[in-house]
Design a protein around this ligand. Structure first.
Ligand SMILES: Nc1ncnc2c1ncn2[C@@H]1O[C@H](COP(=O)(O)OP(=O)(O)OP(=O)(O)O)[C@@H](O)[C@H]1O
Length: 248
């Protein structure tokens, strides 16, 4: 009966976070379940990035509890946190590729941190190639980031986020700055990698097309709280003025 309810992969419970007088997250709670693609939608400055940074402990919440993959993130020692982060893939707005490294070296970077020398000698080449194949960019393996288009950089950054086979992938504005066609391609790619690896994704986005393609569920972060939590279709039909303004 009750046993069939899935256990969350991420639980955020009553989190508060302020910067001086700026009370960004106000008693914010949410749960993310296995295999979900959850989108967080909110205005610029509403606290979406702060929330994601609290989830990976780049920012400390003032109050509340955050549990990621069964571990209470605020109580972890540095080595436990490093290990947990190896199970989480990040795709930042800026891509954060190293410009002085080739695509191959960029993808090898997480392996240098989290794999032993023996593991790398045995498996790095195959892991890099598979991750690049997943995003359709194997031919760029020896190129420099400066030789790639914006959409290609995003794909390489996604390949790097996938290389450690993360259980959770966090995307911060994955389609920002891309034209609609490239943006659609990235959204479809996010969906296909999520299916291939059965990862759980949390996606911050304003891009309605991206949200429509990728999301199973959308949380609206308004005034520091979880204002609404529903499917894209249900929210897009809402008559609530605060919700409606995102979809008009
Ligand atoms: N390190 C920090 N120090 C002080 N204030 C911060 C810090 N990080 C974020 N803020 C503030 O917290 C608020 C929320 O910022 P956040 O970056 O989470 O917004 P966002 O919803 O991700 O916006 P956008 O869609 O524009 O990326 C903003 O008012 C911002 O100025």
């Amino acid at each position: 009966m009750e046993e069939s309810v899935k256990k969350p992969v991420i639980e955020v419970k009553n989190v508060n976070k302020s910067f001086g007088d700026n009370h960004v997250l106000k008693d914010f709670s949410m749960s993310v379940f296995p295999g979900e693609n959850l989108v967080i939608l909110g205005k610029s400055g509403s606290g979406k990035s702060v929330l994601i940074k609290c989830i990976i402990s780049l920012i400390q919440a003032d109050e509340g509890e955050i549990i990621v993959l069964d571990r209470p993130i605020q109580d972890l020692e540095q080595d436990e946190l490093d290990h947990l982060r190896s199970e989480i893939g990040f795709l930042f707005q800026s891509n954060a590729l190293y410009d002085s490294m080739t695509v191959r070296e960029n993808l090898e970077f997480p392996l240098r941190i989290h794999w032993t020398k023996e593991q790398r000698a045995k498996g790095a080449e195959a892991a890099v190639k598979e991750a690049l194949e997943d995003v359709g960019l194997l031919h760029t393996i020896d190129m420099m980031p400066s030789e790639l288009s914006g959409g290609m950089k995003k794909r390489v950054a996604l390949a790097r986020a996938l290389i450690l086979r993360p259980k959770v992938i966090l995307y911060d504005e994955p389609t920002t700055g891309l034209d609609p066609i490239t943006s659609r391609g990235i959204s479809e790619l996010m969906l296909s990698v999520q299916k291939k690896y059965n990862a759980t994704s949390v996606i911050i986005s304003h891009d309605l097309n991206c949200i429509k393609i990728t999301s199973n569920r959308v949380i609206m972060l308004i005034d520091g709280t979880c204002y609404a939590d529903d499917t894209y279709d249900a929210l897009s039909k809402s008559t609530d003025p605060k919700i409606k303004e995102f979809f008009d």
